[in-house]
Design a binder for this molecule. Sequence first.
Ligand SMILES: *[C@@H]1O[C@H](CO)[C@@H](O)[C@H](O)[C@H]1NC(C)=O
Ligand SMILES: *[C@@H]1O[C@H](CO)[C@@H](O)[C@H](O)[C@H]1NC(C)=O
Ligand SMILES: *[C@@H]1O[C@H](CO)[C@@H](O)[C@H](O)[C@H]1NC(C)=O
Length: 442
Amino acid sequence: MRFTTLAGLASLAVSAAAELTPITIRGNAFFAGNDRFYIRGVDYQPSGASDPKDPLADPAICGRDIPALKDLGANAIRVYIVDSAGDHDKCMKMLDDAGIYLILDVNTPHQSISRDNPALSYNEVYLQHVFATMDVFSKYPNVMAYFAGNEVVNNETNTAAATYVKATVRDMKAYQKARKLRAVPVGYSAADVAQNRQLIAEYMNSGPDDERVDFHAFNDYSWCGSASSFQISGYDQKVKNYTGYGIPTFLSEFGCNINPPRTFDEIESIYHPNMTGVFSGGLVYEFTQEPNNYGLVEVSTDLKTIKKRVDYTNLKAMYEKVPNPSGNGGATTTTGKPSTCPSKVPGVWEADCTLPQTPQKAQVYLSNGAGKALGIEGPTNQWSGPAQPSSGQSGTSPTSTSGSSSTPNAAVMALPSTNFLAIITFASISFAGFLGGATAFL
Ligand SMILES: *[C@@H]1O[C@H](CO)[C@@H](O)[C@H](O)[C@H]1NC(C)=O
Ligand SMILES: *[C@@H]1O[C@H](CO)[C@@H](O)[C@H](O)[C@H]1NC(C)=O
Ligand SMILES: *[C@@H]1O[C@H](CO)[C@@H](O)[C@H](O)[C@H]1NC(C)=O
């Protein structure tokens, strides 16, 4: 008798220390085991774009912030840039202990699909970076999802770049399978561009299962302040449009800041059955206060402490007030059908339904592995010069550019429209859009 009691206690102790259950997808929803999982999360990139650093490779930084994220009630964070060469064990464990999942963008300022020159940037240097990043992160059970790209398409003028993002999605899924990594869901985080938001959602979800995304998210600043509503924000239209979409969707950034402090009234709709049949929650932009004024907390100048802003208190109060719906929240758990690939219309939608082949020099990674993760300071894929000629004579050879040629920093800075820069500036662009009455992002 005593023996069984002790055994019971021991198993209790073990489960208390257990790792988070990996998130899986059924139909159009995320699940942790048999429980529907709603993202109640925050975008997290302390120091933002001006000085990109990996917050998850530095226990002094993540350790400073994780207690506040937990206190806030967050169950997920999105990190836009990590240094794949860093050591993430401590921060990932701290997140896990706090019940927090990671949604990770696999790009950096040096390694991403260039919206202006997508074909050239889709090369073996890029895929080595992406694959090696997955080698590093897939082992953590609390990695919930990968973003293959963020706002790469941000205008009607660069929709062709979606082809290469989708090719990257396909390659990421193929690499996970070939290397027997855990099948972490792969998706895309779209800019909320009225002219093509529906097209890109359909495009990313079209084609065979090994090409289409596992989920699709978008950055959305359409709910501004307490005067907005489910209808005024247009959330109701988005629910309508994504009904029957078949895969999970969520808001990868939200939290318009036109009338600060923010009160986050949209939380009442996002976790309401009005939306949960289609949406799986969202991520508030963003944890730390940066020049664009979206922070929940202010970091001290010595970086050692944080101070909670009113927005933090308001968001925490909303999370406490608004529970998730009971049961599965109206999710459709049967396997959904792919969308139809949108036809090309010049100047409107120019992505190809037939994806380019995985670059030959990257195919070897599927059988042999991608090798060492080279990190944020690794070689850049942002090649310049003419597209690689099939004859193989001139152009930019991977070794000459990826080796020690010039400085990676200079190359990145010379490319203001790598998708990374869009991440952090998007919010201010859309803000200007509202003020000016422009419709591009509404
Ligand atoms: C879209 O691209 C055009 C042409 O380059 C440019 O004039 C316009 O400002 C861009 N729109 C946005 C919202 O970036
Ligand atoms: C809904 O879809 C239609 C066309 O399918 C599109 O024109 C419209 O912009 C979409 N609305 C929203 C809010 O995404
Ligand atoms: C839910 O939808 C109804 C009908 O469209 C609307 O009147 C109500 O305000 C919505 N509630 C929330 C919390 O979104």
